[in-house]
Write a protein that binds this ligand. Structure first.
Ligand SMILES: [Zn+2]
Length: 225
């Protein structure tokens, strides 16, 4: 279950990262085309200003009134055009600044998410391996125990294991079943202590085992407590 949780989060992070990357790419492309248009306009305005300066210089050398009038009109037209382009350029400058700021913010968000994703991956790879190892070890142990038992007992064991949520073999300590905490009748407890055949708890039907030192340990624990 924990592995599923880890994998679900990994997929979620990968998804978020993909979405964020798409946003970032789009924002970058938009900022880039705004930048291209801005540079074009900057060059245009520069060229218009150069022409304006040149026309003004020429104007001072014209003596003929009609020619002077025509040159003035040309200069006015050029001024109007330039001021129109300068206004457009100003708007574009604001837009490119906003777009570049947006790209920086998105990039920072992307980096944070990327780091988060990397550390999750590192942590989850270790944890998932550990959990898989535990599950494998657990399964191996269970199969080993089951393998030691005869066929009918094995079937019983599998039934108990399924019914009792995984805990099929429990210890009997001081004549008490540690699976359900009910007492085991004295005669049955003696049989279990002999350890010559497999017995189950009359209350919860789990297979009971007894360790030579278990009663001793229980007494010691009780004294310490
Ligand atoms: Zn029991």
């Amino acid at each position: 279950m924990e592995i599923e949780e880890i994998e679900r989060r990994s997929a979620e992070l990968a998804n978020e990262l993909q979405t964020k990357r798409t946003h970032l790419d789009t924002a970058r492309a938009d900022a880039e085309s705004l930048g291209v248009r801005r540079r074009e306009l900057e060059a245009l305005v520069q060229e218009e200003e150069r022409r304006l300066k040149e026309r003004r210089m020429r104007l001072t050398r014209i003596r003929n009134d009609r020619e002077q009038e025509a040159a003035r009109r040309e200069i006015d037209g050029l001024k109007e055009l330039t001021s129109h382009h300068e206004e457009e350029l100003l708007t574009l400058m604001e837009q490119t600044e906003a777009a570049d700021g947006g790209v920086r913010a998105l990039d920072a968000e992307f980096q944070t998410l990327d780091e988060q994703s990397r550390s999750h991956q590192a942590a989850s790879a270790g944890r998932a391996d550990q959990l898989r190892g535990e599950i494998e070890a657990d399964r191996g142990e269970r199969e080993q125990v089951a393998g030691l038992l005869g066929d009918s007992i094995r079937r019983r064991y599998e039934q108990i294991f399924a019914r009792r949520g995984g805990l099929a073999v429990v210890e009997m300590r001081k004549d008490i079943c540690l699976g359900c905490h009910m007492s085991v009748p004295p005669q049955l407890a003696n049989e279990i202590r002999k350890g010559q055949s497999v017995h189950t708890c009359p209350s919860c039907h789990r297979i009971l085992f007894w360790r030579v030192d278990s009663d001793e340990a229980a007494t010691k624990e009780a004294k310490q407590a």
